[in-house]
Design a protein around this ligand. Structure first.
Ligand code: SF4
Length: 654
């Protein structure tokens, strides 16, 4: 039996120093161990880089990896993982991205594309099935993502009706004009955190462009199709997915009581500016990543006013939340600002949070016109926000400092501006809570991640009562699920800030689901993201993967595979010097390091109990097989996960 069905079994390596292209067949055992995407990338980054690697040096690598379900009919399976050592944080850098590129690289015949070295001149990589070329990108260098994509499509004859490539469109991953922020899949999907685009820029790599005309072989097509149909039907029938289909994450802030929903997110801050379904008049049509039935995205068109003519996609609920911190609820402005970020290759939440930092500093008188070349960084000043965003992308004037947000920017500016620059492991945190989530366990989930502050790792209790109402999740349902899964009726709906004996177990099981989504190449919105209701979890993935590959996987195999990846990424960061204190929220780390409370953190902001945080972190370390003092996976845990070589490596390095 061909054991690589579902996967292509191929890895492509391009050395930009000498333009050498090599192809490697991936061993079935390796595929089965690391499963895909995030798993592949974790193993490769651990092996190929380390403390001696300069993130901006030619020795750093770019890894783009797809999962075994990427590009198949499994729902929401458009995703791929983009990984390098992060120039922003100096530790493990990863981002998971949708769009179409993941599927197209599979159709071209590759599970993994790895780029190393550095080209003398600007280049892009063109992949058309077996043809792989490093091509001159001097005409693309300095262009924004939309302009570059348009040019590339004209060069490679894109999917126009009548074209011989109609069914094989071009997929692109491109960086913006300054090459300093994120990598954009298509025109609106950002591989956003960690400043990974800077690694591409440091290699003189404008992008990777692919067309694929192969299919993906499925071992048991009939059974696989049955699973797909059943899952598509579940999405169709579930009210949570009805909301996601209609609103995407805009439903988070456009729900029946959006002010309350957003206030819950922002730790009790009320934003009277929020308008119900503010983007509705701008929505022209739904958009989806490749083959996704959930289609959470929208194409927006501003038809009147100052931003008339603005068109684009990818506005998420976060944009409206950022807008509230900007103190403007103008949907046309936010739609245009969103488009500007996408064009410039800026991650929206990174750029938005940097500007929110500047607004806070301005309000406190820490930042003045002398710093900003005359720009008034006042709340609600749309022109200033647009200009600072542009400056960030081109590293001009004050934008040069903002582009280094949070740690380096605060260091460069000085004046105690670091107290406003909340982060974990160098990755910015949302401003109001200084690294605190809306429950105790979610706070831990935000801060324990390999790439730093991250809302996409855990947080099973993130959904607030208002959001539950929006998604049709009733108290009765949560009570039933709690009883069935944890023999506890309250686990999903109560004990938000108190201790609960099974909350860490539930959190870890939620994390397995999130990590497995990244390994399979499926979207977290297709999982049971936020609350356990209809989405895909380990039992379904076991079925999908077994039917796709023809190899029998158990739920335990997948659990161990997810844990292996978490352990690998933690070991990578341990090698870089990270320890337990780096798993604390910003204000708590501040307290521990400086021996005094964070000046902006107020006790009444949230009922945060430090001893309970230590307790649940201890429990999380125990569940994950980590040493309680250091937070590093123990030798016995690494051996259990088949990572003896990693244990040896850590031992050798002391
Ligand atoms: S749910 Fe949304 S983000 Fe996820 S794959 Fe589908 S369209 Fe893309």
């Amino acid at each position: 039996m061909n054991k690589t069905k579902g996967w292509t079994g191929n890895m492509l390596t391009i050395d930009l120093t000498n333009h050498e292209v090599t192809r490697q067949t991936l061993a079935p055992e390796w595929l089965h161990t690391y499963i895909g995407a995030r798993g592949f990338a974790a193993r490769l980054l651990y092996d190929l880089t380390g403390p001696e690697t300069d993130p901006m040096g030619p020795e750093n690598v770019v890894i783009v990896a797809a999962g075994p379900l990427t590009g198949t009919l499994a729902p929401a399976s458009s995703r791929c993982e983009v990984v390098s050592k992060s120039p922003l944080t100096g530790i493990y850098g990863r981002a998971d991205v949708g769009g179409a590129f993941g599927a197209i690289m599979k159709y071209a015949g590759y599970d993994i594309i790895m780029v190393k070295g550095k080209s003398e001149k600007p280049v892009y990589i063109w992949i058309h099935d077996e043809t792989v070329e490093v091509k001159d990108a001097r005409d693309l260098w300095g262009l924004d993502v939309w302009e570059a994509r348009k040019k590339i499509c004209s060069w490679h004859e894109t999917a126009k009706p009548g074209s011989k490539h109609f069914l094989n469109p071009v997929g692109s991953m491109l960086i913006g004009p300054a090459g300093d922020a994120c990598v954009m899949s298509g025109v609106a999907h950002a591989a956003g955190l960690g400043g990974l685009g800077a690694v591409w820029g440091s290699k003189n790599l404008k992008g990777i462009v692919a067309r694929g005309s192969h299919g993906i072989e499925i071992a048991e097509p009939g059974r696989f199709l049955e699973f797909c149909r059943a899952q598509w039907q579940r999405y169709h029938d579930d009210p949570m997915y009805a909301s996601t289909r209609k609103w995407g994450t805009l439903g988070w802030v456009g729900g029946s009581d959006s002010r309350s929903a957003v206030s819950d997110f922002m730790l009790g801050q009320r934003f009277e500016e929020v308008e119900e379904h503010a983007f509705e008049p701008l929505i022209e049509k739904s958009r989806a990543c490749y083959g996704c039935p959930i289609h959470c995205d929208h194409f927006l068109h501003v038809k009147e006013g100052k931003y008339k003519g603005s068109k684009g996609e990818g506005v998420e609920g976060f944009v409206q939340i950022i807008g509230m911190s900007f103190k403007t609820a103008s949907a046309p402005f936010l739609a245009e600002w969103n488009n500007l970020c996408n064009r410039l290759g800026l991650n929206i939440s990174s750029a938005g949070t940097a500007i929110i930092w500047a607004l806070a500093l301005w309000k406190e008188g820490i930042l003045t016109r002398d710093d900003t070349a005359g720009i008034e960084v006042t709340e609600g000043n749309e022109d200033a926000i647009m200009e600072l965003t542009r400056q960030m992308a081109y590293r001009e004037d004050f934008g040069d400092i903002l582009a280094d947000f949070p740690v380096k920017a605060a260091r460069r500016l000085g004046r105690d501006s670091d107290r406003y620059a909340a982060h974990t492991k160098g990755q910015f945190a949302w401003m109001p809570g200084h690294g605190i989530g809306i429950t105790l366990v979610y706070t831990m989930a935000l801060n324990i991640n390999s790439r730093g502050y991250d809302h996409l790792m855990g947080g099973m209790s993130v959904m607030t009562p208002n959001l539950r109402a929006e998604f049709g999740i009733t108290d009765e349902l949560l009570t039933r699920l709690g009883r069935e899964r944890y023999d506890d009726e309250d686990i999903f709906s109560k004990n938000a800030w108190g201790y609960h004996p099974k909350i860490v177990q539930a959190e870890c099981e939620f994390e397995h689901m999130m990590v497995m989504a990244d390994m399979m190449g499926t979207c977290k919105f297709g999982t049971q993201y936020n609350q356990p209701v209809t989405g895909i979890h380990l039992p379904a993935w076991k079925d999908f993967l077994s039917a796709a590959s023809g190899v029998s996987f158990s739920e335990d195999d997948l659990r161990t595979a997810a844990q292996r990846v978490i352990a690998l990424e933690r070991c990578y960061n341990a090698r870089e010097g990270l320890r337990r204190i780096d798993d604390y929220p910003f204000f708590l780390r501040w307290e521990k390091k400086r021996g005094q409370p964070h000046p902006l953190y107020t006790e009444d902001q949230v009922p945060f109990d430090r001893d309970l945080y230590e307790r649940i972190l201890d429990e999380w370390y125990t569940f994950r097989g980590c040493d309680l003092t250091t937070g590093i996976p123990t030798r016995s845990e690494l051996e259990r996960c088949g990572l003896q070589d990693v244990a040896e490596d850590l031992k050798k390095r002391g």
